[in-house]
Design a protein around this ligand. Structure first.
Ligand code: M6R
Length: 606
């Protein structure tokens, strides 16, 4: 998390730094700052809160330097106040950092003993003092930075500038992504190519352990031992256009409404719509003899993976081991020979998912990644990339990326079922046909948001909300609860409906809202029994279902009708109501829908 930019320019760079930071605000928005060098002196402006506060400060107190670095922060060490905002600097050096310096306590103790006074609670300040100390020992700026890097443990992407040389910037990567941009007599640094898209499309990605010396004339890259290395320069396709809300009140609402369109694009990439067949990319592995798939991801993406498990096991008879990446990476899970490991991520940069991917790659697995950002680290490190065609997702809460992930997984389940002999031509046509109807049926749900506004108003008064689902609806219950928590800050939990009487039923009392996701499938009657148990204890049931005759006699306070769809596609259909419930609750609560508190769009630290 945190976004980094840097420019070695030919005129004042503050405006362009802010422009680039705007494109990185998805990485954090606790505070922001920039520092530039002017007349051999470093100067900086910082502001707590959103980037607009920094822009305002700069308009009152401009910076004129032609060399500068900028940062948008997601706090790890130290409160999100101006004092802790980056860049951290003294009269010689300024530093921006994304990541966590794990040995910062030890370094802090050592530097304090040497007489360095720490002004912040951040781990980053240790980097500043280490470099400064090396300069004081007589090292030149490049050597001072290189020596400091050798002392750091943990994860970092760094940008460092020096008052004494305004044609120098040091960049270093160990974990979080970092890209160098090449312009005409101007060199750029950014956490991703998207930040640099308005200025250049010529991009060199640093790999883990790389550090680089940037000058206006270009960049030299080294490994940690100081040996020069070459990394390819590519032409990035990241768009320079800033995405707008397209007339919607929030990005999230726009993204919810884009789902019919982006799902059409995504499934068209994996299906032959005219023939009614699946056209899935060759994963470079024999799906017929495959013994198991390992799936790992975080947050919403992990719930997409859980839906994938139900699909793959049911339709392809393919066993799936799934876990959240933060657990999986340390589980030391045994891996099958010639196994397939599948990672799911909107950003393609999530630190835990990356670590799980590397564990499986080192363990000899074939690596496939379902990602939305095609230039991401995950896409670059996978053997096969399975893109979601969701387009940029700006709202921190994942919506269209989630349903596009589900779409790819559904196509994969059909392909695997076919390859393994469990889906014949007729069934294939039936399932492909079912998927092609999803965009139209979703549009039908999106046509009337009134019931959701009404429900949102009611939920603002809730202290706890339970989500229940059985079978393939269980992950949707988990996703619904996560969405409500992150957007409205109301406590919510998702449970497998059958688990209710093993504990959560104790929470039910008069008026507790219980949102039940219940497709009219072979498990419907069982879920209705669980609803009866809730109703008997005074819980308020909100029923999300395509059941035409209502909740089979059970009293519900609201029936959110889903159109009749093939049961295979139910998780896709039910995703829309759970998104709209949280969106409208958050709007009525007055929370920051697109940038909820304490969250970041891309979680590049553990
Ligand atoms: O970029 P990723 O898909 O890897 O991100 C994973 C999670 O951080 C993400 O889905 C998170 O849970 C969202 N805020 C949920 O809305």
């Amino acid at each position: 998390m945190c976004g980094i930019v840097g420019i070695l320019g030919t005129e004042a760079v503050a405006g362009d730094l802010v422009e680039a930071l705007k494109r990185l605000e998805y990485r954090g928005y606790d505070s922001a700052g920039i520092a530039t060098i002017e007349g051999g002196k470093l100067d900086r402006r910082r502001a707590e809160g959103k980037l607009k506060n920094l822009a305002l400060r700069l308009s009152n107190q401009p910076l004129q330097g032609r060399t500068g670095i900028g940062h948008t922060r997601w706090a790890t060490h130290g409160k999100p106040v101006e004092r802790n905002a980056h860049p951290h600097m003294n009269d010689k050096v300024a530093v921006v950092h994304n990541g966590i310096i794990e040995n910062f306590r030890e370094l802090r103790g050592e530097l304090t003993k040497k007489g360095y006074a720490f002004e912040t609670e951040t781990d980053t300040e240790t980097v500043l003092h280490l470099v400064t100390d090396n300069l004081k020992q007589g090292l030149k700026p490049v050597e001072a930075a290189h020596k400091a890097l050798s002392r750091l443990r943990g994860a970092y992407a760094l940008g460092i500038i020096f008052a004494a040389d305004d044609d120098l910037m040091i960049a270093a990567r160990q974990g979080p992504p970092l890209a160098i941009g090449h312009g005409e007599g101007v060199t750029y640094l950014g956490s991703d190519a998207i930040a640099l898209a308005p200025f250049t499309s010529k991009i060199t990605y640093l790999e883990d352990g790389d550090w680089a010396v940037l000058r206006r004339s270009g960049a030299e890259i080294f490994d940690l031992a100081g040996k020069p290395i070459t990394r390819p320069t590519i032409v990035s396709t990241a768009s320079s256009l800033t995405v707008d809300k397209g007339g919607y009140r929030h990005f999230m609402l726009k993204e919810i409404h884009q789902q019919p369109e982006v799902i059409s694009h995504t499934i068209a990439n994996y299906l032959d719509l005219a023939a009614g067949t699946v056209e899935f990319p060759d994963l470079g592995i024999d799906l017929k003899t495959l013994s198991r798939v390992t799936i790992s991801a975080c947050g919403t993406a992990s719930y997409a993976g859980l839906v994938g498990k139900y699909w793959l096991e049911r339709y392809a008879r393919l066993p799936v081991d799934i876990d959240v990446a933060s657990e999986y990476r340390y589980r030391e899970a045994p891996l099958p020979e010639n196994g397939l490991a599948l990672f799911i991520s909107q950003s393609g940069e999530t630190a835990d998912t990356m670590a799980a991917l590397r564990y499986c790659k080192d363990g000899g697995q074939r690596i496939a990644a379902i990602v939305n950002v095609r230039t991401s680290t995950m896409a670059r490190e996978s053997h096969v990339v399975l893109p979601t065609l969701a387009g940029p997702e700006i709202g921190v809460a994942s919506t269209k990326a989630f349903t596009c992930q589900l779409s790819v997984l559904a196509c994969f389940a059909i392909a695997a079922g076919k390859a393994r002999g469990h889906i014949g031509p007729e069934k294939e046509r039936e399932l492909v046909q079912a998927l092609t109807q999803v965009p139209r049926l979703m549009s039908d749900i999106l046509r009337d948001e009134k019931p959701y506004e009404h429900l949102g108003h009611r939920l603002t008064k809730a202290r706890d909300v339970l989500y229940l689902g059985r079978g393939i609806s269980f992950p949707i219950a988990l996703e619904g609860a996560l969405k409500l928590k992150e957007l409205s800050y109301i406590h919510a939990e998702g449970y497998a409906a059958g688990e209710l009487k093993h504990g959560p039923i104790a929470l039910i009392e008069e008026g507790v809202p219980v949102i039940v996701v219940a497709p009219h499938d072979e498990l419907f009657e069982k879920t209705v029994s669980n609803m009866q148990e809730v109703a008997a204890r005074g819980g308020d049931i909100i029923f999300v279902s395509d059941a035409e005759d209502g909740a089979a006699g059970c009293k519900v306070i609201e029936h959110l009708h889903l159109p009749k769809a093939h049961p295979f596609t139910h998780p896709l259909m039910a995703s829309i109501p759970v998104q709209l419930i949280s969106y409208h609750t958050a709007v009525q609560m007055g929370t920051d829908v697109d940038q909820p508190r304490n969250l970041a769009k891309s979680v590049t630290v553990e």
